[in-house]
Design a binder for this molecule. Structure first.
Ligand SMILES: Cc1cc2nc3c(=O)[nH]c(=O)nc-3n(C[C@H](O)[C@H](O)[C@H](O)COP(=O)(O)OP(=O)(O)OC[C@H]3O[C@@H](n4cnc5c(N)ncnc54)[C@H](O)[C@@H]3O)c2cc1C
Ligand code: SF4
Length: 330
């Protein structure tokens, strides 16, 4: 591991002060330390933010909740307000990693964890995300876990977070503090970037910008579920996952919010899928139309072709369960 400077911050303002180009924040360290050991992240300085006063879950004036960036994933999953109002989020968190990791992993760190593409972690292989301009070993290589939507000729990696998928369905807002002292609020739908020609730039965060909170709007109407398809029953990243919120009123779907993991470079949400559902009666024809809308532009790269029919079946099964849920009687 490269030698680096280490500093502990005692306030968010102190954390963002004196940020240089080679500075990284460290929270739980469960992703960053692994990347440093492999020489994939090589910061000159680490600013330890783990002791900042950002570990509370609080009610907001509009009936939603504010989640501090340092709330551990396990505390968030167990919070009574999250279980009651946002069960999709609690279930997504519990579907991620292991108990020990969830105790260390933080809300901000989880949103910013890097892809699990095998070639990104193998410094002997070409990877445009790790070494811009070097090429992409996954295109034409072994790409079983990689993306079928939102890819570019430069990168086909997926975003690995389960939590972020639920937050995308819930329309979360990410609150940040910039080095100049300005705060900003970023809708999660605007937070992640498609890879295009610059796959190494994954979010709209500016250098040195600290996530301080994530805000959720008031609990949505309707049934919620999180379902994750993976190679093992636990301790594995998603091949495909779905965070769904559906309400049925007077025999028609009135609310539809669906976000997918394992399909794209960001928690994936597609307005066309929701438009295909809203105002329609729950039926196999309606669910198939939604799957057609989602997968119209899907492209497999060989070993991950199976994700296309798998996603179709997962979506249709989840829509059936959501529209059959108590309170959503047809
Ligand atoms: C074996 C294993 C299995 C896993 N399985 C899953 C899984 O199934 N599903 C899943 O979702 N995740 C999984 N994870 C990933 C795990 O959830 C993440 O490593 C964790 O959430 C990262 O949080 P952290 O606090 O440790 O982040 P860190 O490692 O401390 O930081 C990660 C990145 O975020 C930046 N950062 C952290 N906090 C902030 C902040 N407040 N503002 C700005 N930047 C910040 C850091 O600079 C760094 O770049 C797994 C991890 C491991 C090791
Ligand atoms: S898919 Fe992206 S992360 Fe994986 S090797 Fe290609 S450029 Fe690197």
């Amino acid at each position: 591991m490269k030698i680096f400077e280490y500093a502990k911050a005692d306030s968010p303002e102190a954390a963002v002060a004196d940020i240089g180009a080679g500075t990284k924040f460290i929270a739980g360290g469960t992703n960053l330390l692994d990347l440093m050991k492999l020489q994939i992240e090589t910061p000159d300085k680490l600013v330890d933010i783990s002791r900042l006063d950002l570990a509370a879950i609080e009610d907001t004036a509009d009936g939603g909740v504010s989640i501090g960036a340092l709330v551990p994933n396990s505390d968030l999953a167990a919070d009574r307000r999250i279980i009651a109002g946002y069960p999709v989020l609690s279930r997504a968190l519990l579907a991620g990693a292991s108990g020990q990791l969830r105790n260390k992993a933080t809300t901000g760190g989880n949103l910013l964890q890097r892809t699990r593409c095998y070639y990104f972690y193998d410094t002997a292989m070409a990877c445009n995300k790790r070494a811009p301009g070097s090429g992409c070993s996954a295109i034409g290589g072994f790409n079983r876990i990689l993306a079928i939507l939102g890819t570019s000729e430069q990168c086909i990696a997926t975003h690995p977070s389960d939590m972020a998928v639920a937050m995308r369905a819930l329309d979360a807002t990410i609150v940040t503090l910039k080095p100049d002292g300005d705060k900003r609020r970023i809708a999660i739908g605007d937070f992640y970037r498609l890879p295009g020609d610059t796959p190494q730039i994954e979010t709209v965060l500016k250098p040195g910008e600290l996530i301080t909170h994530v805000e959720l709007p008031p609990p949505p109407k309707g049934a919620q579920l999180y379902r994750k398809v993976r190679d093992r029953a636990s301790y594995a990243f998603a091949l495909v996952s779905l965070a769904g919120i559906i309400s049925v009123e007077n025999g028609k779907i009135s609310v539809a919010a669906l976000a997918f993991g394992g399909l794209g470079p960001m928690p994936w949400r597609d307005a066309a899928v929701e438009a295909a559902l809203i105002g329609q009666p729950p039926s196999t024809a309606t669910f198939e139309a939604a799957a057609d809308a989602l997968l119209a532009d899907a492209r497999g790269f060989g070993s991950n072709d199976f994700k296309i029919p798998l996603t179709r079946r997962l979506l249709i099964a989840c829509l059936r369960d959501l529209t059959d849920a108590p309170g959503n009687a047809r």
